[in-house]
Design a protein around this ligand. Structure first.
Ligand SMILES: [Zn+2]
Length: 345
């Protein structure tokens, strides 16, 4: 990571329903301190603005909303209008290049939009803009001031609704040719006609087995089909209310159906993760996301399986830890990336 650069830096999280804009003071110095300490030093922003994205998702409207929020949040802290303040934006999108051209963003309904260059023109030269894939921004946030602080080679894996991943190699975010590096969710763990179909259009992706939305659908399907489990009691007796946390608690109690499901899924996740570790040889792995956060039994089983599918020479040096920054990782990571001048539009 580069040394401290700018006294103020802005992070933007452009989600499906909310626009969050935060301004940080001396974030580069904070990241340097976290790296030296080798541990998370979560940073509170000096000011935050949260507004609805709104129903008009046209690129022109979104750019105006971001520009207004950036102006307002900087006015709140009294930053000079002419001082250079980098603006980093994380969004759930496939990018087409490293200048912020969006190939597709289902949340925003965008296809082939030159978002980064247009926003950079609107904000002007005192507000250099970087546009990042949301998982890459989260990864860099955890690397900078979170659970990855002090690592050199970092693999972050987030299992929420789907599965996302990001890589830091030799201290720099590895975005790949078109900023899609680290798409661990679409690594194949099965092949053939009976491999599970994935939202990406492929089959046999690890996400199609272990992604939260798929796990939940399978739980509901099997319980509706007559499977009996302690998880139903834990959910108050209604099979339609069972979520993965209930299944995890049931598995911890030795419930046969819950244990069977976890015993099937844990090795699939472990194979994808173990192959990534074998390819990348990271010194740290950060695990996060809504599903892994609430399923300690599944996590333990996956780590056990990981030890069976990963060569010791690669697994022994890895420290595997849980993400530290929660919902703030992406916004702080986007700010850090823009501060370091990574992939500016
Ligand atoms: Zn897929």
């Amino acid at each position: 990571m580069s040394p401290p650069r700018h006294p103020w830096v802005v992070g933007v999280d452009l989600g499906g329903s909310n626009l969050r804009v935060a301004v940080y003071r001396d974030l580069g110095a904070a990241a340097a301190a976290a790296r030296t300490a080798g541990r998370a030093l979560a940073q509170a922003p000096a000011a935050v603005i949260r507004r609805p994205v709104g129903s008009d998702r046209s690129v022109e409207t979104i750019i105006e909303r971001i520009a207004a929020a950036v102006r307002d949040v900087l006015a709140e802290v009294g930053a000079s209008p002419v001082a250079v303040v980098p603006v980093g934006i994380g969004l759930a999108a496939m990018l087409a290049d490293r200048r912020g051209t969006v190939a597709s963003s289902p949340h925003l309904g965008w296809r082939d939009v030159a978002f980064g260059p247009a926003l950079a023109r609107r904000l002007g030269p005192a507000r250099p803009v970087g546009v990042y894939n949301d998982v890459n921004a989260i990864t860099y946030g955890e690397f900078g001031v979170g659970a990855g602080a002090g690592a050199r080679d970092l693999l972050c894996v987030f299992v929420g609704t789907g599965i996302g991943g990001g890589l830091v190699v030799n201290g720099a975010l590895a975005e790949g040719a078109t900023a899609c590096a680290g798409e661990l969710g679409h690594v194949k763990v099965a092949w053939g006609d009976d491999a599970a179909p994935c939202n990406c259009g492929g089959r046999g992706c690890v996400e199609a087995y272990v992604g939260g939305a798929y796990v939940l659908a399978r739980i509901r399907r099997e319980l509706a089909g007559g499977a009996r489990s302690l998880a139903v009691d834990l959910a108050g007796g209604d099979p339609a209310q069972v979520h993965p946390g209930h299944v995890d608690a049931a598995a911890a109690e030795g419930d046969p159906w819950a244990l069977g499901l976890w015993t099937e899924l844990a090795p699939l996740f472990a194979v994808a993760l173990g192959n990534a570790i074998t390819l990348l040889n990271p010194d740290r792995v950060v695990l996060g996301g809504g599903l892994l956060g609430r399923t300690p039994t599944l996590r333990d089983q996956a780590l056990l399986a990981l030890s069976l599918v990963t060569p010791p020479a690669l697994l022994d040096p890895v420290s595997i830890v849980l993400a530290a920054l929660g919902d703030d990782a992406g916004i702080v990571g986007a700010a850090l990336l823009a501060d370091a001048g990574v992939s500016l539009a």
